[in-house]
Design a protein around this ligand. Structure first.
Ligand code: 3NM
Length: 216
């Protein structure tokens, strides 16, 4: 995969905003997000046809802006909408099964919170790992203990040049230390999905991450 896709990796489901999620996504795309993950989980999350319909519309929007569309966890949905890839947690579908049964050009992402999980994901053939939570977050109720910048740097050292995106509690002001510690980009839910102006916040993430990456 192109690691620069991870630079501003926006994640959202219908319950991460009080607005129309399609409008929020389009504004984020206009602001310059580089990848998108549809994560329809938790309280009041859509299921069935509503989930499928939203996923289809979100994929269409992402492709209008040439941004890869990734589905969280739900392999069947990712196949149904012909997504660009899948992101799985430690308790979700296994990478080897996905590699055997899904399109070979899929981007496969795996969540890792410690060195062992990160190395395992790399050995399994993940294209990138989502490392976190870096900071505390209210967005994921069962998030683990924050690993902070030091935990991120430790994982970077363990996995060589495997693409890494950092996640958890990330705001605009955290971009520099995170990129400096070795992440290729930042994954964000609430800082964009709950922003008054998702477009301008995405623009700032785009500018800050571009600048920070240029120093590496
Ligand atoms: N996964 P926000 S933290 C979806 O640590 C997710 O694996 C995490 O949301 C992990 O940007 C998290 O609002 C929530 O903090 C990220």
């Amino acid at each position: 995969m192109n690691r620069s896709w991870l630079r501003v990796y926006f994640i959202m489901g219908s319950n991460n905003t009080t607005r129309n999620p399609l409008e929020v996504l389009e504004e984020a795309l206009q602001g310059g997000i580089t990848m998108f993950q549809f994560r329809e989980k938790g309280k009041n999350a859509y299921t069935g046809d509503m989930k499928l319909d939203l996923a289809q519309k979100m994929k269409q929007l992402c492709h209008q802006y040439n941004v890869p569309f990734i589905v969280n966890d739900d392999v069947d949905l990712a196949i149904a909408v012909n997504a660009d890839g899948i992101h799985v947690g430690q308790d979700d579908a296994k990478v080897d099964v996905i590699k055997r049964t899904c399109p070979s050009d899929w981007i496969i992402g795996v969540s890792a919170t410690n060195k062992d999980e990160a190395i395992q994901a790399m050995e399994d053939g993940a294209d990138y790992i989502g490392v976190g939570p870096i900071y505390s977050t209210k967005t994921k109720s069962d998030a683990k203990k924050p690993i902070d910048i030091i935990g991120l740097a430790y994982i970077r050292q363990a996995v060589g040049d495997l693409p890494i995106v950092a996640i958890g509690g990330i705001g605009m002001t955290n971009v520099f230390p995170i990129i400096k510690a070795g992440a290729d980009g930042v994954s964000i839910i609430s800082a964009i999905s709950n922003a008054n102006n998702p477009r301008s916040v995405a623009q700032v993430f785009d500018a800050y991450t571009s600048y920070a990456v240029s120093f590496r």
